[in-house]
Design a protein around this ligand. Structure first.
Ligand code: PHE
Length: 398
Protein backbone atom coordinates (compact mmCIF):
# COMPACT_ATOMS: atom_id res chain seq x y z
CA UNK A 1 0.00 0.00 0.00
CA UNK A 2 2.74 2.31 1.07
CA UNK A 3 4.80 1.38 -1.93
CA UNK A 4 1.95 2.16 -4.23
CA UNK A 5 1.36 5.63 -2.78
CA UNK A 6 5.03 6.37 -2.92
CA UNK A 7 5.15 5.32 -6.50
CA UNK A 8 2.13 7.44 -7.28
CA UNK A 9 3.65 10.45 -5.54
CA UNK A 10 6.82 10.07 -7.51
CA UNK A 11 5.08 9.87 -10.83
CA UNK A 12 2.89 12.86 -9.97
CA UNK A 13 6.00 14.79 -9.00
CA UNK A 14 7.56 13.84 -12.26
CA UNK A 15 4.54 15.09 -14.08
CA UNK A 16 4.86 18.33 -12.17
CA UNK A 17 1.42 18.05 -10.59
CA UNK A 18 2.06 17.16 -6.98
CA UNK A 19 4.39 19.92 -5.88
CA UNK A 20 4.03 22.42 -8.60
CA UNK A 21 6.42 25.28 -8.13
CA UNK A 22 4.88 28.57 -9.07
CA UNK A 23 7.26 30.69 -11.03
CA UNK A 24 4.84 33.39 -12.11
CA UNK A 25 2.75 35.38 -9.64
CA UNK A 26 -0.95 34.54 -9.83
CA UNK A 27 -3.32 37.49 -9.75
CA UNK A 28 -5.66 36.09 -7.11
CA UNK A 29 -4.12 33.39 -4.92
CA UNK A 30 -6.04 30.16 -4.72
CA UNK A 31 -7.98 29.93 -1.43
CA UNK A 32 -6.00 28.15 1.26
CA UNK A 33 -8.91 26.86 3.31
CA UNK A 34 -12.55 26.01 2.61
CA UNK A 35 -13.53 29.15 4.57
CA UNK A 36 -11.41 31.31 2.28
CA UNK A 37 -13.01 29.58 -0.66
CA UNK A 38 -16.46 30.51 0.63
CA UNK A 39 -15.44 34.14 1.09
CA UNK A 40 -13.94 34.27 -2.40
CA UNK A 41 -17.07 32.73 -3.83
CA UNK A 42 -19.26 35.21 -2.00
CA UNK A 43 -17.18 38.12 -3.30
CA UNK A 44 -17.50 36.73 -6.81
CA UNK A 45 -21.25 36.28 -6.39
CA UNK A 46 -21.57 39.81 -5.05
CA UNK A 47 -20.14 41.33 -8.16
CA UNK A 48 -22.83 39.91 -10.41
CA UNK A 49 -25.68 39.73 -7.92
CA UNK A 50 -27.35 41.77 -5.20
CA UNK A 51 -27.50 40.16 -1.78
CA UNK A 52 -30.51 40.81 0.43
CA UNK A 53 -31.32 39.21 3.77
CA UNK A 54 -34.32 37.55 5.31
CA UNK A 55 -34.98 36.63 8.94
CA UNK A 56 -37.79 34.22 9.72
CA UNK A 57 -39.06 31.56 12.10
CA UNK A 58 -38.31 28.41 10.13
CA UNK A 59 -38.37 26.31 13.31
CA UNK A 60 -39.94 26.75 16.76
CA UNK A 61 -43.44 27.68 17.84
CA UNK A 62 -44.24 29.89 14.83
CA UNK A 63 -42.47 27.85 12.16
CA UNK A 64 -45.53 28.00 9.90
CA UNK A 65 -45.11 31.80 9.70
CA UNK A 66 -41.51 31.61 8.53
CA UNK A 67 -41.98 28.82 6.03
CA UNK A 68 -44.80 30.31 3.97
CA UNK A 69 -43.24 33.79 4.17
CA UNK A 70 -39.99 32.38 2.80
CA UNK A 71 -41.85 30.65 -0.03
CA UNK A 72 -43.69 33.87 -0.93
CA UNK A 73 -40.39 35.77 -0.99
CA UNK A 74 -38.76 33.01 -2.99
CA UNK A 75 -41.47 33.15 -5.64
CA UNK A 76 -41.13 36.94 -5.97
CA UNK A 77 -37.36 36.72 -6.32
CA UNK A 78 -37.55 33.93 -8.88
CA UNK A 79 -39.93 36.04 -10.96
CA UNK A 80 -37.69 39.08 -10.54
CA UNK A 81 -34.60 37.21 -11.71
CA UNK A 82 -36.49 35.72 -14.66
CA UNK A 83 -37.37 39.30 -15.67
CA UNK A 84 -33.68 40.20 -15.64
CA UNK A 85 -33.20 41.10 -11.96
CA UNK A 86 -32.43 44.59 -10.68
CA UNK A 87 -30.06 46.97 -12.50
CA UNK A 88 -28.85 44.02 -14.60
CA UNK A 89 -28.00 41.87 -11.56
CA UNK A 90 -29.66 38.83 -10.06
CA UNK A 91 -31.07 39.01 -6.54
CA UNK A 92 -29.78 36.47 -4.02
CA UNK A 93 -31.54 36.06 -0.65
CA UNK A 94 -29.65 34.89 2.43
CA UNK A 95 -32.16 33.45 4.92
CA UNK A 96 -31.55 32.97 8.64
CA UNK A 97 -33.80 31.01 10.97
CA UNK A 98 -34.48 32.76 14.30
CA UNK A 99 -36.24 29.75 15.86
CA UNK A 100 -39.23 32.02 16.67
CA UNK A 101 -37.15 33.90 19.29
CA UNK A 102 -36.61 37.69 19.50
CA UNK A 103 -32.98 37.44 20.64
CA UNK A 104 -32.16 35.13 17.72
CA UNK A 105 -33.91 37.51 15.32
CA UNK A 106 -31.73 40.36 16.59
CA UNK A 107 -28.49 38.43 16.15
CA UNK A 108 -29.55 37.21 12.70
CA UNK A 109 -30.11 40.84 11.69
CA UNK A 110 -26.65 41.76 13.00
CA UNK A 111 -25.07 38.90 11.07
CA UNK A 112 -26.80 39.95 7.85
CA UNK A 113 -25.60 43.53 8.33
CA UNK A 114 -22.02 43.09 9.52
CA UNK A 115 -20.99 39.80 7.99
CA UNK A 116 -23.05 39.40 4.83
CA UNK A 117 -23.37 43.14 4.14
CA UNK A 118 -26.86 42.81 2.69
CA UNK A 119 -28.51 45.76 0.93
CA UNK A 120 -31.85 45.29 2.65
CA UNK A 121 -33.60 42.98 5.11
CA UNK A 122 -37.00 41.31 4.82
CA UNK A 123 -38.67 40.14 8.05
CA UNK A 124 -39.88 39.30 10.60
CA UNK A 125 -43.47 38.14 10.92
CA UNK A 126 -44.11 38.23 14.68
CA UNK A 127 -44.04 41.81 15.96
CA UNK A 128 -41.89 40.98 19.01
CA UNK A 129 -39.21 39.58 16.67
CA UNK A 130 -39.38 42.57 14.32
CA UNK A 131 -39.07 44.87 17.33
CA UNK A 132 -35.86 43.07 18.30
CA UNK A 133 -34.39 43.36 14.78
CA UNK A 134 -35.42 46.88 13.85
CA UNK A 135 -32.92 48.82 16.02
CA UNK A 136 -30.04 46.90 14.37
CA UNK A 137 -31.22 47.79 10.87
CA UNK A 138 -31.96 51.38 11.84
CA UNK A 139 -28.55 51.89 13.41
CA UNK A 140 -26.73 50.48 10.37
CA UNK A 141 -28.98 52.36 7.89
CA UNK A 142 -29.98 49.12 6.21
CA UNK A 143 -33.63 49.32 5.12
CA UNK A 144 -35.89 46.68 6.66
CA UNK A 145 -39.34 45.75 5.39
CA UNK A 146 -41.53 43.57 7.55
CA UNK A 147 -44.12 41.78 5.45
CA UNK A 148 -46.62 41.24 8.25
CA UNK A 149 -45.73 42.65 11.67
CA UNK A 150 -48.73 44.76 12.61
CA UNK A 151 -47.77 46.29 15.97
CA UNK A 152 -47.46 50.08 15.52
CA UNK A 153 -44.15 50.32 17.44
CA UNK A 154 -42.24 48.36 14.78
CA UNK A 155 -42.01 51.14 12.18
CA UNK A 156 -41.72 53.77 14.92
CA UNK A 157 -38.20 52.46 15.59
CA UNK A 158 -36.95 54.73 12.82
CA UNK A 159 -36.98 55.92 9.23
CA UNK A 160 -35.33 52.77 7.81
CA UNK A 161 -38.15 50.50 9.01
CA UNK A 162 -41.16 49.81 6.76
CA UNK A 163 -44.08 47.42 6.49
CA UNK A 164 -46.40 46.39 3.64
CA UNK A 165 -49.38 45.55 5.86
CA UNK A 166 -51.92 47.46 7.95
CA UNK A 167 -51.40 48.08 11.66
CA UNK A 168 -53.18 46.67 14.74
CA UNK A 169 -55.24 49.72 15.68
CA UNK A 170 -57.01 49.12 12.38
CA UNK A 171 -57.49 45.34 12.52
CA UNK A 172 -58.56 45.55 16.18
CA UNK A 173 -61.16 48.13 15.20
CA UNK A 174 -62.37 45.97 12.29
CA UNK A 175 -63.15 42.94 14.43
CA UNK A 176 -64.61 45.00 17.31
CA UNK A 177 -66.92 46.71 14.83
CA UNK A 178 -67.88 43.42 13.22
CA UNK A 179 -68.62 41.92 16.64
CA UNK A 180 -70.82 44.87 17.62
CA UNK A 181 -72.58 45.66 14.37
CA UNK A 182 -72.82 42.36 12.53
CA UNK A 183 -72.80 39.80 15.33
CA UNK A 184 -74.62 42.19 17.72
CA UNK A 185 -72.50 41.13 20.66
CA UNK A 186 -72.84 43.11 23.89
CA UNK A 187 -70.52 41.31 26.28
CA UNK A 188 -67.05 40.26 25.27
CA UNK A 189 -63.98 38.94 27.09
CA UNK A 190 -60.33 38.79 26.02
CA UNK A 191 -57.62 36.17 26.51
CA UNK A 192 -54.22 37.75 25.81
CA UNK A 193 -50.62 36.56 25.52
CA UNK A 194 -48.59 38.72 27.89
CA UNK A 195 -45.33 37.73 26.18
CA UNK A 196 -46.33 39.16 22.80
CA UNK A 197 -46.26 42.85 21.85
CA UNK A 198 -48.81 41.98 19.17
CA UNK A 199 -51.28 40.43 21.61
CA UNK A 200 -50.93 43.19 24.19
CA UNK A 201 -51.50 45.87 21.54
CA UNK A 202 -54.56 44.22 20.06
CA UNK A 203 -56.09 43.65 23.49
CA UNK A 204 -55.84 47.35 24.21
CA UNK A 205 -57.39 48.32 20.86
CA UNK A 206 -60.24 45.83 21.03
CA UNK A 207 -61.15 46.81 24.57
CA UNK A 208 -61.22 50.50 23.68
CA UNK A 209 -63.09 50.17 20.39
CA UNK A 210 -65.65 47.62 21.59
CA UNK A 211 -66.39 49.84 24.60
CA UNK A 212 -66.59 53.02 22.50
CA UNK A 213 -69.16 51.28 20.31
CA UNK A 214 -71.36 50.59 23.31
CA UNK A 215 -70.23 47.05 24.15
CA UNK A 216 -68.78 45.84 27.42
CA UNK A 217 -65.48 44.00 27.95
CA UNK A 218 -66.29 42.03 31.07
CA UNK A 219 -62.94 40.35 31.71
CA UNK A 220 -59.37 40.06 30.42
CA UNK A 221 -57.40 36.92 31.23
CA UNK A 222 -53.73 36.30 30.46
CA UNK A 223 -51.42 33.50 29.32
CA UNK A 224 -47.82 33.25 28.15
CA UNK A 225 -46.81 32.01 24.70
CA UNK A 226 -46.05 28.29 24.86
CA UNK A 227 -48.47 27.51 27.73
CA UNK A 228 -50.45 24.34 27.12
CA UNK A 229 -53.10 24.44 29.84
CA UNK A 230 -55.56 27.33 29.65
CA UNK A 231 -58.32 25.73 31.71
CA UNK A 232 -58.01 28.00 34.75
CA UNK A 233 -58.45 31.15 32.65
CA UNK A 234 -61.21 29.60 30.54
CA UNK A 235 -63.12 28.42 33.62
CA UNK A 236 -62.98 31.94 35.07
CA UNK A 237 -64.21 33.36 31.76
CA UNK A 238 -67.01 30.82 31.40
CA UNK A 239 -68.46 31.83 34.77
CA UNK A 240 -69.03 35.34 33.40
CA UNK A 241 -70.91 34.14 30.31
CA UNK A 242 -69.30 36.32 27.62
CA UNK A 243 -71.02 36.30 24.22
CA UNK A 244 -67.70 36.74 22.45
CA UNK A 245 -64.14 35.78 23.35
CA UNK A 246 -61.36 37.70 21.59
CA UNK A 247 -58.06 35.76 21.42
CA UNK A 248 -55.39 37.94 19.79
CA UNK A 249 -52.71 35.23 19.71
CA UNK A 250 -50.84 32.94 17.34
CA UNK A 251 -52.28 29.77 15.79
CA UNK A 252 -50.09 27.48 17.91
CA UNK A 253 -51.72 28.66 21.16
CA UNK A 254 -55.15 29.53 19.74
CA UNK A 255 -55.80 26.01 18.42
CA UNK A 256 -55.32 24.54 21.89
CA UNK A 257 -57.27 27.34 23.61
CA UNK A 258 -60.26 26.80 21.31
CA UNK A 259 -60.27 23.08 21.98
CA UNK A 260 -60.08 23.49 25.76
CA UNK A 261 -62.73 26.22 25.69
CA UNK A 262 -65.22 23.94 23.97
CA UNK A 263 -64.35 20.99 26.20
CA UNK A 264 -65.17 23.17 29.20
CA UNK A 265 -68.48 24.16 27.63
CA UNK A 266 -67.62 27.81 26.97
CA UNK A 267 -70.07 28.88 24.31
CA UNK A 268 -68.85 32.36 23.30
CA UNK A 269 -68.21 33.17 19.63
CA UNK A 270 -64.44 33.07 19.20
CA UNK A 271 -62.89 36.17 17.65
CA UNK A 272 -59.36 36.50 16.36
CA UNK A 273 -56.82 38.29 14.21
CA UNK A 274 -54.19 37.59 11.54
CA UNK A 275 -52.00 35.62 13.97
CA UNK A 276 -54.46 32.73 13.67
CA UNK A 277 -53.31 32.18 10.10
CA UNK A 278 -51.28 28.99 9.87
CA UNK A 279 -52.43 25.48 8.87
CA UNK A 280 -51.67 23.99 12.35
CA UNK A 281 -54.59 26.05 13.70
CA UNK A 282 -56.98 23.52 12.20
CA UNK A 283 -54.93 20.51 13.25
CA UNK A 284 -54.76 21.74 16.85
CA UNK A 285 -58.25 23.19 17.14
CA UNK A 286 -60.27 20.82 14.95
CA UNK A 287 -63.98 21.59 14.95
CA UNK A 288 -63.58 23.82 18.04
CA UNK A 289 -62.46 26.61 15.69
CA UNK A 290 -65.54 26.35 13.47
CA UNK A 291 -67.79 29.37 13.65
CA UNK A 292 -65.00 31.74 14.70
CA UNK A 293 -64.36 35.10 12.98
CA UNK A 294 -61.04 36.83 12.42
CA UNK A 295 -59.51 39.84 10.72
CA UNK A 296 -56.88 39.09 8.10
CA UNK A 297 -54.90 40.52 5.18
CA UNK A 298 -56.32 38.78 2.16
CA UNK A 299 -58.74 36.11 1.03
CA UNK A 300 -57.92 33.35 -1.42
CA UNK A 301 -61.50 33.76 -2.68
CA UNK A 302 -60.69 37.22 -4.09
CA UNK A 303 -61.58 36.77 -7.79
CA UNK A 304 -59.19 39.44 -9.12
CA UNK A 305 -56.73 38.06 -11.72
CA UNK A 306 -53.80 39.49 -9.72
CA UNK A 307 -54.70 37.31 -6.73
CA UNK A 308 -55.75 34.24 -8.70
CA UNK A 309 -52.58 34.27 -10.84
CA UNK A 310 -50.48 34.50 -7.69
CA UNK A 311 -52.34 31.57 -6.12
CA UNK A 312 -51.81 29.51 -9.27
CA UNK A 313 -48.07 30.25 -9.50
CA UNK A 314 -47.57 29.59 -5.78
CA UNK A 315 -49.48 26.31 -5.92
CA UNK A 316 -47.40 25.15 -8.87
CA UNK A 317 -44.18 26.00 -7.06
CA UNK A 318 -44.93 24.85 -3.51
CA UNK A 319 -47.95 22.57 -3.75
CA UNK A 320 -50.23 24.46 -1.37
CA UNK A 321 -52.62 27.40 -1.32
CA UNK A 322 -50.75 30.53 -0.16
CA UNK A 323 -51.83 31.91 3.23
CA UNK A 324 -51.71 35.62 4.02
CA UNK A 325 -48.07 35.34 5.10
CA UNK A 326 -47.06 33.96 1.73
CA UNK A 327 -48.97 36.79 0.05
CA UNK A 328 -47.35 39.44 2.25
CA UNK A 329 -43.88 37.89 1.90
CA UNK A 330 -44.36 38.04 -1.86
CA UNK A 331 -45.53 41.67 -1.66
CA UNK A 332 -42.65 42.73 0.62
CA UNK A 333 -40.08 41.27 -1.77
CA UNK A 334 -41.83 42.85 -4.77
CA UNK A 335 -41.89 46.27 -3.10
CA UNK A 336 -38.18 45.88 -2.24
CA UNK A 337 -37.36 45.00 -5.85
CA UNK A 338 -39.42 47.87 -7.22
CA UNK A 339 -37.64 50.30 -4.86
CA UNK A 340 -34.17 48.98 -5.75
CA UNK A 341 -34.99 49.38 -9.43
CA UNK A 342 -36.04 53.00 -8.87
CA UNK A 343 -33.24 53.84 -6.41
CA UNK A 344 -30.45 55.99 -7.86
CA UNK A 345 -27.89 53.56 -6.42
CA UNK A 346 -27.90 50.65 -4.01
CA UNK A 347 -26.77 52.43 -0.87
CA UNK A 348 -28.98 52.22 2.23
CA UNK A 349 -30.11 55.87 2.05
CA UNK A 350 -31.05 55.63 -1.66
CA UNK A 351 -33.00 52.38 -1.23
CA UNK A 352 -34.70 53.83 1.85
CA UNK A 353 -35.77 56.89 -0.08
CA UNK A 354 -37.20 54.76 -2.91
CA UNK A 355 -39.18 52.51 -0.54
CA UNK A 356 -40.62 55.60 1.17
CA UNK A 357 -41.89 56.77 -2.22
CA UNK A 358 -43.87 53.59 -2.96
CA UNK A 359 -47.31 54.61 -4.25
CA UNK A 360 -50.23 52.46 -5.47
CA UNK A 361 -48.08 49.38 -5.78
CA UNK A 362 -50.24 46.43 -6.94
CA UNK A 363 -49.73 43.88 -4.15
CA UNK A 364 -51.57 40.55 -3.99
CA UNK A 365 -52.69 41.40 -0.46
CA UNK A 366 -53.98 44.83 -1.50
CA UNK A 367 -52.60 47.98 -3.11
CA UNK A 368 -49.63 49.40 -1.22
CA UNK A 369 -48.96 53.07 -0.60
CA UNK A 370 -46.33 53.75 2.05
CA UNK A 371 -47.52 56.56 4.31
CA UNK A 372 -45.50 59.02 6.42
CA UNK A 373 -45.30 56.51 9.26
CA UNK A 374 -43.83 53.93 6.81
CA UNK A 375 -46.94 51.75 7.06
CA UNK A 376 -49.25 50.55 4.29
CA UNK A 377 -52.81 51.81 4.53
CA UNK A 378 -55.09 49.14 3.11
CA UNK A 379 -58.33 47.25 3.76
CA UNK A 380 -58.70 44.21 6.00
CA UNK A 381 -60.90 41.20 5.39
CA UNK A 382 -63.14 39.43 7.90
CA UNK A 383 -63.02 35.66 7.53
CA UNK A 384 -65.16 32.95 9.12
CA UNK A 385 -63.87 29.50 9.97
CA UNK A 386 -66.02 26.81 8.40
CA UNK A 387 -65.09 23.14 8.40
CA UNK A 388 -61.40 23.79 8.76
CA UNK A 389 -61.24 26.57 6.17
CA UNK A 390 -61.27 30.36 6.12
CA UNK A 391 -64.35 31.67 4.30
CA UNK A 392 -64.54 35.24 3.09
CA UNK A 393 -67.17 37.37 4.86
CA UNK A 394 -66.42 41.06 4.29
CA UNK A 395 -63.84 43.66 3.34
CA UNK A 396 -63.43 46.71 5.57
CA UNK A 397 -61.65 49.77 4.19
CA UNK A 398 -59.77 52.12 6.53
N1 PHE B 1 -49.40 40.45 12.60
C1 PHE B 1 -48.71 39.47 13.38
C2 PHE B 1 -47.73 40.17 14.31
O1 PHE B 1 -47.48 41.30 14.14
C3 PHE B 1 -48.01 38.46 12.51
C4 PHE B 1 -48.86 37.72 11.52
C5 PHE B 1 -49.28 38.32 10.33
C6 PHE B 1 -49.27 36.46 11.74
C7 PHE B 1 -50.09 37.65 9.41
C8 PHE B 1 -50.07 35.76 10.84
C9 PHE B 1 -50.50 36.39 9.67
O2 PHE B 1 -47.18 39.63 15.22
Amino acid sequence: MRRISLALATSLALLGLACEKKTTPVPSPAPATPADAAVAQAAQAESDSILIGEVGSLTGSEAAFGITTRDGIDLAIRETNAEGGVKGKKIVVRVYDDQSKPEEAASAATRLITQDKVKLILGEVASSNSLAMAPKAQEAKVPMITPSSTNPAVTQVGDYIFRVCFIDPFQGFVIAKFARENLKLNRAAILKDVKSAYSIGLTEVFERKFTEMGGKVIDIQAYSKGDTDFRAQLTALKAQKPEGLYIPGYYSDVGIIAKQARELGLKAVLLGADGWDGPPLFELGGSAIDGAYLSNHYSTEDPSPRVQNFIKAYKEAYGSVPDSLAALGYDAARVAVDAMRRAKDLTGPSIREAIAQTRDFPGVAGTITIDEGRNAVKPAVVLKVEEGKFKYVATVAP
